[in-house]
Ligand binder design. Structure first.
Ligand SMILES: [Zn+2]
Length: 229
């Protein structure tokens, strides 16, 4: 939209900050300046052996791992991700995806294909979309890299995992994902995208699928990760 028309439109239909609900006049943001400044950015893109990367050592072979922000219970980021998952705010995913894309554009390892962590088709139908795919869209726009949503599927409908221990989660996730067409991924550097990575168990089980495909490299990016991992 033309910026003049856009500002004119915004004068009458201002957007509201997703967290504090004050009007915002920057049409590219979802948060007011004050709330945005309270997001806790990790700056992990400037060091490859960051705590998220270290979490995967010994569990999966990855090129790099990136988390945009630290995730705190009750924090601004939690409001944002809740809106993305449960309130139909797809734009929140695209917004954070673009921020991730900007960070990753500084890393000197080009990505060939973006893979959002798939939801079970039943769950995606209920929600209307896959929140990780919205994040992937934002990354894709900035890095100009395609997204693949067709060749990896979630085959198990897992119950919510928040109350389980780490070992139970591994067991539960065993055989959760499947690949339809391995050829799609050969000789490519893949970027797996999720909203939040906590134990990394989901991501590890997804990375397992690509282990035996010739010359495939895998990296990981997410919006939020706990600060103590
Ligand atoms: Zn605000």
């Amino acid at each position: 939209m033309n910026s003049f028309i856009n500002s004119f439109f915004q004068l009458f239909y201002p957007k509201y900050c997703l967290s504090c609900n004050k009007p915002i006049y920057n049409n590219k943001s979802i948060l007011c300046e004050s709330c945005y400044s309270q997001l806790s950015f990790t700056y992990y893109s400037s060091f490859i052996d960051n705590p998220l990367y270290e979490k995967f050592i010994g569990q999966a072979n990855i090129e790099y791992a990136f988390a945009l922000c630290y995730f705190y219970k009750g924090g601004i980021l939690q409001d944002c991700l809740h809106a993305l998952k449960y309130k139909g705010r797809k734009d929140v995913g695209v917004f954070f995806g673009k921020l991730i894309g900007n960070e990753l554009s500084n890393i000197n390892t080009p990505i060939d294909l973006i893979i959002p962590v798939p939801l079970h088709p039943k769950k995606e139908k209920i929600r209307g979309y896959n929140q990780s795919e919205m994040i992937a869209k934002g990354i894709s726009k900035v890095l100009n890299v395609p997204i693949n949503t067709n060749d990896v599927v979630r085959t198990k409908f897992t119950e919510t995992q928040t109350k389980k221990t780490k070992w139970e989660r591994y067991d539960n996730l065993n055989g959760v994902f499947a690949i339809k067409n391995t050829q799609t991924f050969a000789n490519k550097h893949l970027l797996i995208v999720d909203d939040v990575i906590t134990t990394g168990a989901t991501t590890v089980s997804l990375i397992e699928l690509f282990k035996n495909i010739p010359n495939t490299k895998v990296s990981v990016a997410c919006v939020g990760t706990p600060d103590k991992i």
